[in-house]
Write a protein that binds this ligand. Structure first.
Ligand code: CMX
Ligand code: CO
Length: 146
C-alpha cells in the first residue's frame, strides 16, 4: 500500500546553487546528500515533513554525474524542473508486482538501491499519464545500541 509522498525529484544543472535557492527562499536544509553512481546522480534530500506512517516526505534535488545518465538526458531535452514523483510503501516488491499486473511497465526486475539505503523501482511515464513514478521502501530504522 502506498502511504505517502516519499519525495519529489527535481533535476538541476548545479546542485549547490539549487540547494542554496531552497535554503535562502524557503529555509529548507539538506537532510542527507550522496552520490548514486548506478543512477548517475549527485543528490540532496531536503526533509519537508514527517508522516503518520513513521516515514517522511522530501524534495530530492538531482544533478547528473555523467552525460549518459537518465537525468542528463532529461535535462538536455527539458531543462530544469520536476523529473519524477515517488510514493512511499512498506512493500516495494509487493506493490510493484501488483501494479505490473495492472499492465503498467515496472522498469526494474528487482528494486535497486536508492537514497539512504532505500529500495526503489520506477514505473514508465508513458504508462502513468506522463509522470515518471518511483516506489520507495525506506531502509529500516536502526534501533539504538545499548
Ligand atoms: N517524466 C515524464 N516523461 C519522461 C521522463 C520523465 N522523467 N523521462 C522520459 N520521459 C518521456 C520522454 O519525454 C519520451 O517521450 P516522447 O517519446 O513522447 O518524446 C519518452 O519518455 C522516452 O524518453 P527518452 O528521453 O527516450 O528516455 P528513455 O526512454 O531512454 O528513458 C526512462 C526514460 C523513464 C526509461 C528513464 O528515464 C529511466 O529509466 N528512469 C528511471 C531511473 C531514473 O530516472 N533515475 C534518476 C533518479 C534516481 C532517484 O530518484 O533516486
Ligand atoms: Co527519486
Amino acid at each position: 500500500m502506498l502511504t505517502r509522498i516519499d519525495h519529489i525529484g527535481i533535476a538541476c544543472f548545479d546542485l549547490d546553487k539549487t540547494v542554496e535557492f531552497y535554503r535562502a527562499t524557503y529555509g529548507f536544509e539538506v537532510f542527507h546528500s550522496e552520490v548514486n553512481e548506478e543512477q548517475g546522480v549527485r543528490e540532496a534530500m531536503l526533509k519537508i515533513n514527517d508522516t503518520s506512517d513513521g516515514g517522511a516526505s522530501y524534495l530530492q534535488l538531482l544533478e547528473p554525474t555523467r552525460e549518459d545518465s537518465t537525468v542528463a538526458k532529461w535535462l538536455a531535452k527539458n531543462g530544469e524542473g520536476v523529473h519524477h514523483i515517488a510514493f512511499g510503501t512498506a512493500d516495494v516488491d509487493g506493490d510493484a508486482a501488483a501494479i505490473k499486473d495492472k499492465g503498467v511497465r515496472v522498469l526494474y526486475e528487482e528494486p535497486r538501491r536508492g537514497s539512504m539505503g532505500s529500495r526503489i523501482t520506477f514505473l514508465h511515464p508513458k504508462d502513468c499519464h506522463g509522470v515518471l513514478t518511483e516506489l520507495v521502501t525506506s531502509a529500516p530504522v536502526e534501533s539504538p545500541e545499548h
